[in-house]
Design a protein around this ligand. Structure first.
Ligand SMILES: [Zn+2]
Length: 296
């Protein structure tokens, strides 16, 4: 009898370790491989409407297929057009997959995969901005396709963020879908900060989200709140990236990002200048946050 009790206790411990009660540990090798490829010269800075941008999109679709992530509606690719000031039309394409959860209320996880392209024959590789967030999104999709989350999770690699948050604007235009969305989690520039700090932006607008984020394991990084108050002036990041259009229609958001740095929007924002140690910790932290927000 006593032996049985000990055995069942032991089994109980084993089972609780195996169930997704605790956040997963990242596959960091895959993460580094993804950011290296997405920020490579071959992708030519991933400017919307270019061949390099299409190449990045093909890579994301290939990764989504490989992990068995179901496509959102009929396919991963969702096109939209942007009108330039000179009247020219440019086609953008969001890449979207979905994991059905226990409930149909949705959390939309976003990261833009486009960047600035080539200027004066210099490639703007956009490793931090935003191959880092895109690869983070791939890591999260990879994990959540293997479990059944509480919410339905939509993984949206958005196009044409640079120059107007156009991919996000196209996404939120789908109002019947938006009725089900309870939260947007956006990642844009998450791979470098020399003070080991990462920001979670948005709790000024949505203070109910702060206690959830305060409970997560942040590893060796400091998770800071802020950059979201009107008095922050040009350091108010409420509309600085793809979470803006979600907030505009009243959908709560958390945006993860770092302070601007010397490589921001410069050709030196390359794979080589990304501190891999910080980046791995940052994505692990965000994964812990997504896990906690989904469990809430
Ligand atoms: Zn960006």
């Amino acid at each position: 009898m006593k032996k049985l009790t000990i055995l069942s206790l032991f089994l109980g411990v084993l089972i609780s370790c195996a169930s997704p009660e605790t956040p997963p540990t990242l596959d960091t090798d895959q993460l580094i491989e993804d950011i290296r490829i997405l920020s490579s010269d071959e992708m030519q800075g991933r400017l919307v409407g270019t061949e390099g941008n299409a190449m990045a999109r093909a890579y994301i679709i290939n990764r989504f297929e490989g992990m068995g992530l179901p496509a959102f509606r009929e396919s991963y690719a969702h096109e939209f057009s942007i009108e330039r000031n000179n009247g020219d039309l440019v086609e953008g394409t969001n890449v979207i997959g979905i994991v059905e959860g226990k409930s149909d209320s949705m959390i939309v996880i976003t990261a833009h995969y486009d960047h600035l392209g080539v200027r004066d024959s210099l490639i703007f590789n956009g490793a931090d901005d935003n191959a880092s967030g895109t690869s983070g999104l791939l890591a999260m999709a990879d994990y959540f396709t293997q479990i059944t989350p509480n919410h339905t999770l939509v993984f949206a690699a958005l196009d044409a963020e640079e120059g107007g948050l156009n991919g996000a604007r196209a996404f939120v235009r789908d109002s019947s879908l938006m009725e089900k969305v309870v939260l947007n989690i956006n990642m844009d520039m998450i791979s470098q900060n020399d003070k080991n700090e990462l920001y979670a932006v948005g709790t000024y607008h949505y203070p109910e989200l702060k206690p959830i984020l305060e409970t997560i394991d942040t590893g060796e990084l400091s998770l800071l709140f802020g950059h979201d108050r009107p008095e922050d002036g040009n350091q108010d990041w409420t509309f600085s990236s793809d979470h803006g259009p979600f907030h505009q229609i009243g959908i709560p958001f958390i945006y993860f990002g770092v302070e601007d740095h010397e490589h921001y929007h410069r050709p030196t924002d390359t794979f080589e200048t990304v501190p891999q140690d910080f980046y791995k910790k940052s994505v692990q932290l965000i994964l812990n946050a997504v896990f906690a927000l989904d469990n809430h």
